[in-house]
Design a protein around this ligand. Structure first.
Ligand code: T3D
Length: 269
């Protein structure tokens, strides 16, 4: 399928979605939202067909994503509130469904942050399961500079990942956070040299796509759900998910391969 604002491919069990509006640092306009949604529908279909077992998201050019395309939001400061765009509608229609889809997708989602990730762009990256950043990348909670509130799950992710003190500093100051600082603070998984980013992220996605991806999806669910659960509820959830995992073909294959001292061949079933 041909896209204008993204690139999309499916190879070796890995779907790769590349944001492709480099002139505006891959900021989101409605066309890109529509195409990202369409691509994620293809990912889900391919997952159900057993052809997609990991998703990699990255961007073209020197930015990963600068959040909302602000050229779609320009209104005279003197115009009344009625002239302002309804940002709640935009969030409800586009950003929230995107974050919900990435979070619920039952396969590993890797984000390769190739450059600046600002506003919603930063928080969409954080909604992915494993975030790898180029050494030159920066994370910016740019919202406060515009009088806005972090969205796309930022106010939920930040205190959980880095603690309330750092979350407030990032959200209220909107300073650039370097990739290395982001990794040191536990915001992201890994930092690599710029020229190694795409290769490292692709290798990781291909590796994950050969693993027991049904089990990885259950791990994702357990860890995501843990944030709202008390220990008792989480123990019950682990029991239920382990029951499901224990019935998978991959579990049987994993145990057989161990007993036979051979490499396992996982299929995600
Ligand atoms: O509205 C809703 O639907 C609600 C949802 C809101 C979610 C949000 O994401 S709100 C936050 C929006 N994003 C921002 O506030 C970030 C704005 N951009 C910046 O602050 C800076 O561009 C960066 C710090 C990200 C990068 O700075 P720098 O110096 O490396 O690059 P630059 O020169 O500012 O940008 C390069 C080009 O990209 C430039 O275009 P030009 O002059 O070369 O033609 C710039 O205008 C364009 N660009 C960057 N960010 C955006 C953008 N164009 C439109 N929208 C952007 N967000």
């Amino acid at each position: 399928m041909a896209f204008d604002t993204i690139e999309f491919s499916l190879q070796d069990g890995v779907a790769t979605l590349v944001l492709n509006r480099p002139d505006s640092l891959n900021s989101f306009n409605e066309a890109m939202h529509r195409e990202v949604r369409e691509a994620l529908t293809l990912v889900e279909r391919a997952r159900q067909d057993g052809e997609c077992r990991a998703l990699l998201i990255t961007g073209n050019g020197r930015g990963f994503c600068a959040g909302q395309d602000l050229s779609d939001r320009a209104v005279s400061p003197d115009a009344g509130a009625d002239a302002a765009p309804d940002l709640g509608h935009s969030i409800e229609t586009w950003y929230n469904p995107l974050v919900r889809t990435l979070t619920a997708l039952p396969l590993p989602v890797i984000c390769a942050v190739n450059g600046v990730a600002a506003g919603a762009g930063a928080n969409i990256a954080l909604a992915c399961d494993l975030v790898i950043a180029a050494r030159s990348a920066k994370f910016i909670q740019a919202f406060c500079k515009l009088g806005l509130v972090p969205d796309s799950g930022g106010t939920w992710q930040l205190p959980r990942l880095v603690g309330m003190a750092r979350a407030k500093g990032l959200a209220m100051l909107g300073d650039k956070l370097s990739a290395e600082q982001a990794a040191d603070w536990g915001l992201i998984w890994q930092v690599v040299d710029d020229d190694a980013l795409r290769g490292t992220a692709t290798d990781l996605a291909r590796h994950l796509a050969t693993q027991p991806t049904r089990g990885l999806a259950l791990i994702k669910q357990a860890l995501n759900d843990s944030t709202g659960n008390d220990l008792d509820t989480q123990l019950d959830l682990e029991r239920d998910l382990q029951r499901q995992a224990g019935r998978s073909k991959d579990y049987r294959e994993g145990v057989s391969a161990f007993m036979e001292r051979r490499a396992p061949r996982f299929t995600g079933e």
